[in-house]
Design a protein around this ligand. Structure first.
Ligand SMILES: [Fe+2]
Length: 138
């Protein structure tokens, strides 16, 4: 089985709860890869995509609540990046539904999510490490 993206310590943002959620998110991306590779039924694609959407919102919520708690000065910009991703995921899901869960569409989503996640963890999430640590959040 091809693993689309593997967790490495380089992806760590220094906060255990967030790292665990990012690992789960990577697991969902890899689950989508499996759906395509095994040509699983449309109902399964639908289920995994819904979970991906719900988990994305849940995870962004976790980060944003912590931002409020520590009065993070980049809260607005960061939350804006989250909203943009959520709307792209929504659009992909509509597209997947319209294409009757065509695997090519799901593959496009997988590629997009991997690019987005690696960039976001490295360039956006890592910026909050210091403020979280200053507030004793590890
Ligand atoms: Fe984030």
């Amino acid at each position: 089985m091809r693993t689309a993206l593997e967790w490495t310590d380089e992806l760590s943002v220094g906060v255990e709860l967030i790292d665990e959620q990012h690992k789960y998110f990577i697991g969902l991306i890899n689950r989508l890869v499996e759906v395509v590779e095994k040509k699983e039924p449309r109902s399964v694609s639908d289920m995994v995509l819904q979970e991906l959407r719900n988990y994305t919102k849940f995870h962004f919520d976790t980060e944003e609540k912590l931002f409020e708690q520590v009065k993070y000065d980049k809260l607005k910009e960061h939350a804006y990046e989250h909203r943009k991703l959520a709307s792209v995921v929504d659009a992909f899901i509509v597209r997947a539904q319209r294409s009757n869960y065509n695997y090519a569409t799901i593959n496009l989503l997988i590629a997009f999510l991997i690019d987005w996640l690696v960039f976001h963890l490295d360039k956006v999430d890592k910026q909050y490490i210091d403020i979280f640590h200053q507030h004793g959040i590890f």
